[in-house]
Design a protein around this ligand. Structure first.
Ligand code: TYD
Length: 342
């Protein structure tokens, strides 16, 4: 099968390409990526040598470019990872989120319909459900997104539903939990804090750090997407979660411990997300388990392996942290103090 992996130069997308190339000898992978701040050629450098891999630069909201790549590579399935994904960035400015996560998904769906692809998997997030204090979300739960980011993802999911109902595009939506692992851009809780702590810099915990997230290792998230691509039913939604609920401070404690850093490096700051800070995410993933999927990476093991990966791949993240784009956001969001002494 020829698979177009949009957003394949980003965190989860690149890990997905690795999984397909390793486990599916009959498949070819074409990455289509806009190389925005979060997509980097250094993230897919190891894949370039594989003869079943190709890279094309382009934006999913550009119909001409999408049509060309679909035709040129005789694409049979699309897995869409292309997205703006950081809540904090969406709170500063949401235009890019709407362009990519809503218009981009719409364009991609239109082109998929025209080209007659056999499968379209839209990689979404549990954040579209909003926050849940007790219990867990199922695929039937209402969409109550609380940030411009999660609202844009919810709008993308609804485009998928509409294109399935109106035109029969064989779309399947996955909603994954908070994902961690190798190659995550250093802006999310685990990747940001790990890289800062390695440099002996303070880490900004929003409020008390009592929010709860459900964590899943990137390899498990990707194996779930792959199972859905091959065995899922068009028109359906599948949650991908591993029931690893942790308070933010529990994660911070492990990072300090593993990196052997003092507690003084933790700085609680007034919550910049304010009312938009979801308290807890939790999902029921029985539906995807019924397809035969099971997560394989225990959380504590996966977290330790991830920390080691950042220790062993300093070159990768240091190059990113040195980019003006990385510095500009950090300063705009956390203030000029982010530099070294929060
Ligand atoms: P994040 O990794 O941005 O993912 P999401 O917002 O999609 O859950 O944040 C995870 C949690 O960590 C969330 O409760 C916010 C918190 N957090 C901090 O306390 N400080 C930070 O610098 C960041 C990036 C996140």
């Amino acid at each position: 099968m020829n698979i177009l992996v949009t957003g394949g130069a980003g965190f989860i997308g690149s890990n997905y390409c690795r999984l397909v190339l390793n486990r599916r000898p009959g498949d070819c992978v074409v990455v289509f990526d806009a190389l925005t701040y979060a997509g980097n050629l250094s993230t897919i450098e190891d894949l370039e040598r594989n003869e079943r891999f190709r890279f094309r630069e382009g934006r999913i909201e550009d119909p001409g470019a999408v049509r060309r790549v679909l035709k040129e590579h005789r694409i049979e399935a699309i897995v869409n990872f292309a997205a703006e994904t950081h809540n904090d960035r969406s709170l500063l400015a949401a235009g890019d989120f709407l362009r990519t996560n809503v218009i981009g998904v719409h364009v991609l769906l239109d082109c998929a319909r025209e080209a007659g692809v056999n499968r379209f998997v839209q990689v979404s997030t549990d954040e579209v459900y909003g926050s849940i204090e007790e219990g867990e979300f199922t695929e039937e739960s209402p969409l109550q997104p609380n940030t411009p980011y999660s609202a844009s993802k919810a709008a993308g999911d609804l485009q998928c539903r509409a294109h399935f109902v109106a035109y029969g595009v064989p779309v399947i939506v996955t909603r994954g939990g908070n994902t961690y692992g190798a190659f995550q851009y250093p802006e999310k809780l685990i990747s940001f804090f790990t890289t800062r702590l390695m440099d002996g810099k303070k880490v900004p915990v929003y409020g008390e750090g009592n929010q709860v997230r459900e964590w899943i290792h990137v390899e498990d998230h990707c194996s779930g997407i792959d199972v859905v691509l091959r065995n899922g039913r068009p028109g359906e939604i599948y949650n991908i979660g591993d029931r690893n609920e942790r308070r933010n401070m529990e994660i911070v404690d492990v990072l300090l411990d593993e990196l052997d850093k003092p507690r003084e490096l933790v700085k609680h700051i007034p919550d910049p997300r304010k009312g938009a800070h979801d308290k807890r995410y939790s999902m029921n993933a029985d539906k995807i388990r019924a397809l035969g999927w099971e997560p394989a990476v225990p959380f504590d093991e996966g977290l330790r392996a991830t920390i080691r990966w950042y220790e062993e791949n300093e070159q990768w993240w240091r190059a990113i942290c040195a980019e003006p784009e990385y510095q500009a956001f950090a300063q705009a969001f956390y203030g000029p103090g982010l530099g070294d002494d929060l």
